[in-house]
Ligand binder design. Structure first.
Ligand SMILES: [Zn+2]
Length: 112
């Protein structure tokens, strides 16, 4: 995965399907006529959980917030939230913004 300057995804030239995860073919129709696109960097928390015991490269990060967010492009993405003052500030429906892309984790978001 390359480190993008923004929230990068792919769009299928055949069916128009868009997804945040980078892929070599369209996850919807299987076409390899895909192109990279920059996506809206804002969204809302769809659901989340607090992970107290991480594993692998996430172990030292725990506790952390694992969230599914719905971006303003109407795409869902599993991500983690950074820069939280406390976990009570996290709630379903709260606005988030893309922060950066981590080599191992992928896109990381923060509260707006
Ligand atoms: Zn497609």
């Amino acid at each position: 995965m390359t480190i993008a300057s923004g929230l990068e995804g792919i769009q299928c030239k055949d069916c128009g399907f868009r997804v945040i995860e980078l892929s070599i073919s369209c996850p919807s129709c299987g076409s390899d006529h895909i192109e990279p696109v920059l996506l809206k960097e804002t969204g809302t928390i769809y659901t989340f959980t607090i992970v107290h015991v991480g594993f692998g490269h996430m172990a030292e990060r725990a506790p952390y917030v694992l969230a599914i967010i719905k971006t303003d492009d109407d795409l869902k993405l599993t991500t983690i939230l950074e820069d939280l003052s406390d976990f009570d500030s996290v709630a379903i429906g709260k606005k988030v913004r893309y922060k950066r892309t981590d080599e191992k984790i992928g896109p990381i978001f923060q509260l707006v």
